[in-house]
Design a binder for this molecule. Sequence first.
Ligand code: BTN
Length: 247
Amino acid sequence: IGKTIHFYESLPSTQQVAKELALNGATEGTLVISDEQTLGRGRLARAWHSPKGTGIWTSIIIRPKIPIQQAPQLTLLTAVAAVQAIEEQTDIDVSIKWPNDLLINGKKVCGILTELQAEENQIQSIIIGIGINVNQQLTDFPEELHSIATSLSMEVNDKINRAKLVQSLCFHLEKLYETYLTLGFQPIKLLWESYALSIGKQITARTLNGTYSGIALGINEQGVLLLETSDGKIQHIYSADIEIDAL
Ligand code: BTN
């Protein structure tokens, strides 16, 4: 991963460029990175603030030969790789909020967006978009993010070397991906759960079909969140915004 790198000074979104490269046959592990994004995208059609020279805004192409239903596993795998890379480079404790937000002291430092290209139910490519807030100061964030976002340098009071962090991200991603391809999701699931903030906690999950509250039990083989509601039923949460009610 990261043997071929396409670097840009500025792009609307690395996600779009990676998608086009993937359609044109780019090899697995190709990485697109930009110093700035003018139209960075997050999950659920949100914008992703990507100012120049401050963060890691990257999209990585992978082509796993797995059933399409297992694709969400790669998002969780990426979250684990990002935690490992950040912890290695900064010594800060990072935790994961399901499905793929990385938090430091409750504030978001990294987000992951995976998109899939398929033909006849076969995965052609998965584009993993990773955004890490690295060297922003509080004033670099829009006002509405001040209470919910942070950057690595704000947490360590020092500038972080972005090149080293990207290198470490590629290293951990590749190692976990190889583990995944040879041993399956189970070892990744265990690692993910060890970093997850919400497991065993009372949470509220807002989904398109309604809001559910209960205890987060963990994730299943597919990466679906299992929530035990007060009537003892187990809800499968496929996509939601979650809030941890009590830490
Ligand atoms: C989220 O938490 O909502 C996901 C954020 C993903 C942001 C990254 S930055 C690189 C890539 N290009 C984009 O436009 N988005 C992803």
